[in-house]
Design a protein around this ligand. Structure first.
Ligand code: HEM
Ligand code: FPP
Length: 315
């Protein structure tokens, strides 16, 4: 058939792949991958049984909720994202997705993820899921981010909820083990983010976001990174100390903790100029940021492996 003005579009024309990529980018998939992984670990280590289909549904709900919260964050932050080099090409500031459409997308996905979580698992898990979306959107994004350099310390709690949500999906409640996993991520977030902010502080200064290096300087930021690292390293051992995991996990946590302290010690004593993007490619802050991600991934993987192996062996 010859294509006239009214002829239907072909599938590839209707579904432009670059559009799909932009909608996916709204969900901040790279950052959320680790959020979802920690949620999965919470679900795997929880005592009890959840049908595999429901378990997969629960993890999808965490992924969709985290992504939806990211989309609403990008809607709200479109003005500052446009100013920062790292974020200027995001779909909203770059004009590829309308702000209102992104907001609607985020709200619909948020509501859907909470409803499906409640129906598939239980309403405790759904409530904590709703709470973490609300925390990220209202407490971090809309309230603290533009007001105080403590924004990520308090707001970071949002990213610490997923293991608790996974745990609640299986058990229908929250117990000490879930709180311990929450605490590990809570104290991990400041070194994770402030290491990055040391080499992205020029961006934040331009956008008027009061991140710690902008307000208090690089030296104080390095000091705070070190203090939180000192708290985090022993916290990693808590699962063993409360009898949740064995000493095999404890040994991994100890080694990782020592490695984390080593990486952050180098950040603390780095004397390079921290303004803008002027840190060299191999600057300790860059290495520390990257290592923070590896640390959390390996720590949670070790926790899951330890508990599943112990359970499998009947010990
Ligand atoms: C308030 C808390 C947090 C803040 C402000 C924060 C901020 C950031 C920023 C600005 C980036 C840069 C990369 C990008 O723009 O895509 C990043 C990367 C990343 N964050 Fe965080 N983060 C926080 C908490 C978390 C949590 C709780 C997790 C997971 C448990 C996480 C996991 C990651 C990962 C995996 C990356 C690397 C993404 C990549 O490969 O590009 N973050 N974070
Ligand atoms: C289940 C659920 C709802 C989880 C929420 C997960 C969550 C809050 C993760 C926080 C990580 C994150 C994307 C911070 C970005 O900060 P930013 O928004 O200031 O970074 P940006 O400058 O890159 O936009």
């Amino acid at each position: 058939m010859k294509r006239g003005a009214t002829a239907p579009l072909g599938l590839s024309e209707q579904l432009d792949l670059s559009d799909v990529r932009d909608w996916i980018a709204l969900l901040k998939p790279r950052v959320m991958s680790l959020v979802v992984f920690t949620g999965l670990v919470g679900l795997l280590v929880a005592p009890g049984h959840l049908h595999p289909v429901l378990a997969v549904t629960a993890i999808l709900c965490i992924a969709v909720a985290a992504g939806a919260a990211g989309a609403i964050n990008m809607w709200y932050d479109r003005d500052i994202d446009a100013v920062m080099r790292r974020t200027a090409n995001r779909p909203i500031p770059a004009g590829r997705i309308r702000a209102q459409a992104a907001l609607a997308f985020g709200i619909v996905l948020s509501l859907a993820s909470v409803m499906v979580m409640g129906l598939a698992t239980n309403w405790v898990a759904a409530a904590v899921l709703a709470g973490s979306i609300a925390f990220y959107v209202f407490i971090y994004t809309m309230w603290l981010k533009r007001r105080t350099p403590q924004n990520i310390v308090i707001g970071g709690a949002a990213g610490a909820f997923p293991p608790m949500i996974g745990w609640a999906a299986v058990t229908g409640g929250i117990s000490l083990e879930a709180v311990v996993m929450f605490a590990i991520i809570f104290f991990w977030t400041p070194p994770h983010f402030w290491a990055l902010s040391l080499f992205a502080s020029g961006d934040y200064a331009r956008a008027g976001v009061p991140m710690l290096p902008v307000v208090a300087g690089a030296r104080e930021t390095r000091r705070q990174i070190w203090l939180y690292s000192l708290l985090l390293a022993p916290l990693g051992l808590l699962p063993t100390l409360i009898g949740m995991a064995s000493w095999a996990y404890g040994a991994v946590a100890l080694a990782l903790g020592a490695w984390f302290l080593h990486a952050m010690w180098k950040v603390k004593h780095d004397r390079q100029d921290a303004e803008g993007l002027s840190l060299t490619r191999d600057a300790p802050a860059r290495a520390g940021f990257k290592f923070s991600i590896l640390y959390l991934f390996v720590l949670f993987a070790a926790l899951a492996a330890d508990i599943l192996i112990l359970r499998g062996s009947g010990l």
